[in-house]
Ligand binder design. Structure first.
Ligand code: FES
Length: 102
């Protein structure tokens, strides 16, 4: 069964930006994009960098270390030096709270 974890208040999700959130035993990145909320792993698949320290442009998060970019909607790696896609997590919003399925 799906394990929905309470992640963050919807009001605390930044507009057109990213924030790190502790959800259960892992750290994820939560993005606010055009009124939608997305969640991915916070650690880059290429190296030891946190995507919450990167730059969000539209649906693309750019890693702060080597400027690899992922699509936050599906975790797709969009350019070199990335090889591996990023894990994404389903999001559900209920009563002003963002839940993620881990
Ligand atoms: Fe993210 Fe290298 S650590 S692109």
């Amino acid at each position: 069964s799906t394990n929905w974890i309470k992640a963050i208040a919807l009001a605390d999700v930044p507009d057109e930006d990213v924030i790190a959130v502790q959800a259960g035993d892992r750290e994820i990145a939560v993005y606010g994009v055009e009124g939608n909320v997305y969640a991915t792993d916070n650690l880059c698949t290429h190296g030891n960098a946190r995507l919450c320290d990167g730059f969000l442009t539209g649906h693309e998060i750019e890693c702060p270390l080597h400027q690899g970019r992922f699509d936050v909607r599906d975790g797709r790696a969009l350019c070199s030096p990335l090889r591996d896609n990023l894990a994404t997590y389903p999001v559900r919003i209920e009563d002003g709270v963002v839940f993620v399925a881990l």
